[in-house]
Design a protein around this ligand. Structure first.
Ligand code: 13P
Length: 252
């Protein structure tokens, strides 16, 4: 089965509204006519509306970086699935920075996933092991737990995308090797298959994230199990992200 490749940019807590608008305009001009890869940008919440205005009518899709699971109410500072549903197609959930700094656990990520799917949003579920887990030989155990608890009681995860982002590779300049990433992503596909069935596992798009650059993307997207990337730092430079998307389209 052919899975449509992805180049997704997680802008994290970077860009003012003006900077986000400028970056979105540059990406629209460079990427709108690039076929063969789904291009997704995930700006900060405050820039979702202006960026949507800029990319509407282009082939670039919009994603949020987080979301709460409740639909509305007294949850000061939070953003609901209903609010995002009219605005964007994707939402990143369970990013390691949310797990690490905001104490998000698999159970919460699972509730968020269910709420996103109910609202018609496609979740980009992030999983990944710490350096001590990899060195202690616990990668398989950690990833299996994150996937099976994250996807618990979700037999049909819709347009779910999963990003494998080893924590030791995020923002460190020390990317996983392509074969390490391919091996763990193959494991993720098997775990998804065990939980949701073979058809879901065949169709789910699995991305690599962690120090992806225009210089190393080709190694990753040349691997059989890797359907694209979730890019942090390099997605803030229009030229680099364009090159990542172009190389992904060409390789797949
Ligand atoms: P970097 O590409 O900056 O390592 O970040 C990866 C990431 O966390 C994307 O979600």
């Amino acid at each position: 089965m052919k899975r449509f490749p992805v180049a997704a940019g997680n802008w994290k807590m970077n860009t003012t509204v003006e900077e986000a608008a400028a970056l979105a305009k540059e990406l629209r001009d460079r990427l709108d006519r690039l076929d063969g890869v789904e291009k997704i940008v995930c700006p900060p919440f405050v820039s979702l509306v202006p960026v949507k205005g800029i990319i509407t009518g282009s082939s670039i899709k919009l994603g949020a970086q987080n979301m709460y699971f409740q639909e509305k109410g007294a949850f000061t500072g939070e953003v609901s699935p209903t609010m995002l549903a009219g605005l964007c197609q994707y939402v990143i959930l369970g990013h390691s920075e949310r797990r690490q700094y905001f104490h998000e656990e698999d159970r919460l990520v699972n509730r968020k996933l269910k709420a996103a799917l109910k609202a018609g949003l496609a979740p980009i579920l992030c999983v990944g092991e710490k350096l001590e887990d990899r060195e202690g030989g616990r990668t398989e155990e950690v990833i299996t737990r994150q996937i099976s608890e994250g996807l618990a009681d979700i037999p049909n995860p819709g347009d779910l995308v999963i990003a494998y982002e080893p924590i030791w590779a995020i923002g460190t300049g020390r990317a996983a090797t392509a074969s390490q990433a391919n091996e763990t992503i193959g494991l993720i596909r098997r775990v998804v298959g065990g939980q949701c069935g073979g058809a879901v596992a065949e169709g789910v798009r699995l991305l690599y994230g962690g120090s992806v650059t225009a210089a190393n993307i080709l190694e990753f997207v040349s691997q059989s199990e890797i359907d694209g990337s979730l890019v942090g730092g390099a997605s803030l430079k229009a030229g680099d992200f364009t090159s990542i998307a172009e190389q992904t389209a060409r390789a797949k």
